[in-house]
Design a protein around this ligand. Structure first.
Ligand SMILES: [Zn+2]
Length: 145
């Protein structure tokens, strides 16, 4: 039901890098993003609209340089559509709510779902679990170089 927002709306709301990935189906460089090696507990929300998309419980290290998940946080929050660009047959994944580009899903996941949701860090934002932070042990590792 959500009305399609126009490019100007998103250009205003997002950084140029986020705009390119989320609204123009770009791909960030592998190992360049914020979350590919982040294993904090929490919910990964859509960078554009805040909708919960993935949970850290389903995140695994695929070694590909992008955050990878084996399932969406709830059925239907991630939309899929065929992507035959670059001479490859892939399935693009998008936020079902705002149509933001997330990445691609591949049928070669190592876990029981058999799926690998390969997501751009720029497409999501980690919302850390409150339950995890109330242990009082603030061991937040952030690599900023
Ligand atoms: Zn969204």
């Amino acid at each position: 039901m959500s009305k399609e927002k126009d490019d100007n709306y998103w250009r205003d709301k997002l950084t140029p890098e986020e705009f390119h990935v989320c609204r123009e189906a770009g791909t960030e460089r592998p190992f360049s993003g914020e979350y590919w090696d982040c294993f904090e507990d929490g919910t990964y929300r859509c960078r554009c609209c805040g909708e919960p998309l993935f949970h850290s419980d389903s995140k695994f290290d695929a070694g590909c340089g992008w955050p990878s998940f084996d399932t969406e946080v709830a059925a239907g929050v991630v939309a899929e559509r065929p992507d035959n660009s670059l001479g490859m047959q892939r399935i693009e994944i998008l936020c079902a709510k705002c149509n933001s580009h997330l990445g691609h899903v591949f049928p070669d996941g190592p876990t029981e779902t058999g799926l690998r949701y390969c997501v751009n860090s720029l497409s999501v934002k980690l919302d850390q679990d409150e339950s995890a932070s109330q242990s009082g042990d603030e061991s937040i590792k952030k690599e900023e170089e």
